[in-house]
Design a protein around this ligand. Structure first.
Ligand code: UDP
Length: 467
């Protein structure tokens, strides 16, 4: 089920001209979809950026009277083994060491065909289908045979695809080429041998009003951190509330797990990275860089917050990477341990988890994204939306978001701990500069990375398609 949310809530956030254009496009979308449904199909209803984005964009589309619907494909474990392999290959990693061979194709085709045939019974040729990511590409031929317009949206991309990624692309190309349009996040991510006339660029976006990004008062931030066990001496415990996507009230009730003696105090300056426990997010580098190059020059504390690993069953590496971070923490001198906080956020209620991320980001003085590889880096847009100064690696979609040194600071080499440390220390020590960068970041996200921009771009795409 998808909520229905009016676009009018964007009026105070957007400038008058942009807001008018958003409403004009919404009217256009309503006309385009009169008498037809817009089906979105992906492989998971919860967890991960794609599900989060689909949920919010569909809710706004429904709020404008577009019959936007959401379907999730099903498959046996061997299908998801193949799609995980595709995902790894597309990221340039050979993963489980097995090939994308004929046996893999057989499993992939059987499952995507079965899903498409089951789904086809409910779709009218007048409808439009928006398929997300490699898991659904195999459905394209069956749906095209029905005569329904199909768009394929690829959320995956790497800066320089090598031979491994090309194998995955060779596997998918035959299906994808049959779509009426293909959507990628950045020009660098568009695959070779696709029809340029059908290729569309739409960057990811964040929902300004979700539990992750909605405005929280300072008191609510304190209350969320106090209830979550993240900050001692917090006040107003009764106020750890947030608004869920369906408009109902939510409350933060669970506690995060923290790997050190004491939570933050209200006056500690905070440097934050929010990321999964994944080597590509470089938690060890974040900790070492902070201890070597920030601790000696500031009185800041580092918080590295990730999801509690028991909750992320499909990521066996999460536990290993968290253990590595704990080992490094255990070997730090006591004075440095005092200043480093490894946090595992509860995942039982994803909106509660999001509210905790929101409060941490709002509490932070400087936000870091020291990734080694990044498709887009939603955490960067989330931080910039909250007017926080970001120090991040000059890689992937982060380069589109941050204009160095205006709306954030980019570090050329993600491995350069000293460069990271001096950028972070500089901002911790210069509140006026940090605030200026934060303001510029907020404007940049407002202009480029809110869901309203995605809705306008999708409307233009569907307008072309249904001409
Ligand atoms: N995130 C979260 N809870 C956590 C850790 C991360 O909700 O405990 C979110 C984070 O706020 C962001 C998303 O997960 O919205 C991660 O997206 P990003 O593009 O930064 O990286 P990815 O994990 O997709 O590589």
């Amino acid at each position: 089920p998808v909520a229905s949310i009016p676009l009018q809530r964007f009026e105070p956030v957007l400038d008058a001209q942009t807001y008018r254009s958003v409403l004009d496009h919404a009217r256009w979308a309503r006309e385009l979809f009169a008498g037809r449904a817009l089906w979105n199909v992906n492989s998971t209803a919860r967890g991960g950026g794609v599900a989060e984005m689909v949920q919010s964009l569909l809710a706004y589309a429904r709020g404008q009277g577009v019959d936007a619907r959401w379907e999730v494909i099903s498959g046996r474990p061997e299908f998801f083994t193949v799609t995980k392999r595709l995902h790894n290959f597309l990221h340039g990693a050979a993963g489980d060491g097995l090939a994308l061979d004929d046996a893999a194709r057989e499993v992939y085709e059987a499952t995507t065909r079965a899903n498409a045939e089951e789904f086809a019974g409910r779709v009218s040729p007048d409808d439009v289908v928006l398929l997300h990511d490699p898991q659904t590409a195999g459905m394209i031929p069956v749906l095209k045979a029905l005569g329904v317009p199909v768009v394929w949206r690829c959320h995956v991309g790497i800066d320089r695809p090598g031979p491994v990624a090309t194998q995955a692309w060779n596997f998918l190309r035959g299906y994808v080429r049959q779509a009426d349009a293909y959507v990628f996040s950045r020009p660098q991510y568009v695959w070779a041998d696709l029809d340029p006339a059908r290729t569309v660029l739409i960057p990811p976006s964040i929902d300004a009003f979700s539990a992750k990004n909605q405005t929280l008062t300072d008191d609510t931030v304190e209350a969320v951190l106090a209830v979550g066990g993240l900050q001692q001496d917090g006040r107003h415990l009764a106020e750890a509330g947030f608004t869920r996507i369906d408009g109902s009230p939510g409350r933060v009730e669970r506690r995060a797990e923290i790997d050190e003696g004491r939570p933050l105090t209200r006056t500690d300056p905070v440097v934050l990275q929010v990321s999964r426990w994944d080597r590509l997010k470089d938690p060890l580098g974040v900790i070492s860089g902070f201890v070597q190059h920030v601790v000696p020059h500031t009185d800041a504390h580092l918080v590295y917050a990730g999801p509690s690993v028991e909750a992320v069953a499909d990521d066996p590496e999460g536990q290993q990477v968290l253990d590595e971070a704990r080992d490094l923490f255990a070997r730090l001198p006591a004075a440095a341990q005092e200043r480093v906080h490894l946090v595992s956020l509860p995942m039982a209620d994803l909106e509660e988890n999001a509210a905790m991320v929101n409060a941490l980001q709002r509490r932070a003085d400087v936000i870091v994204q020291k990734s080694i590889a990044e498709g887009f880096g939603l955490t960067v847009a989330e931080a910039m939306w909250k007017s926080r100064p970001v120090v991040a690696s000059r890689i992937g979609g982060i380069q589109d978001q941050i204009e160095h040194p205006h709306s954030g600071l980019l570090v050329d080499d993600p491995a350069d701990l000293a460069a990271y440390g001096s950028a972070v220390s500089g901002l911790v020590g210069d509140g006026a500069r940090a605030a200026g960068i934060g303001r510029a970041g907020r404007l940049r996200v407002t202009a480029n990375y809110l869901g309203t921009r995605s809705l306008v771009q999708y409307t233009e795409l569907f307008g072309q398609l249904l001409k």
